[in-house]
Design a protein around this ligand. Sequence first.
Ligand SMILES: [Zn+2]
Ligand SMILES: [Zn+2]
Length: 103
Amino acid sequence: MDPLSLVVGGVLLAAGYLGGRLGARRASRTRAPQLPVATCGCGHSLSQHDPKDHTCHAEVPRDAFNWAGHRAGQTWVDCRCRQYVGPRPIDEVFAPRLLAPPD
Ligand SMILES: [Zn+2]
Ligand SMILES: [Zn+2]
């Protein structure tokens, strides 16, 4: 193998390596568009809620106190959200009339 082809191969390898590095840096700078996330009233996404009993499985920070009653950092407790699924405004459209029709 002649030295010229070795040099050309090395240059092509270096060019490909640098091109890949620059392309990766440019791709990380332009972020992909974020998908919309359906959030509950508690601020956590609906994917963190149990589909059966609607309890939230996320954790929220809560102030912790020591034996003297002074604030001592935070503890993480379960979110107490129950994902309210009561009457929605769309239900009012289909609600029966409260008054008898006038005639
Ligand atoms: Zn919730
Ligand atoms: Zn929650």
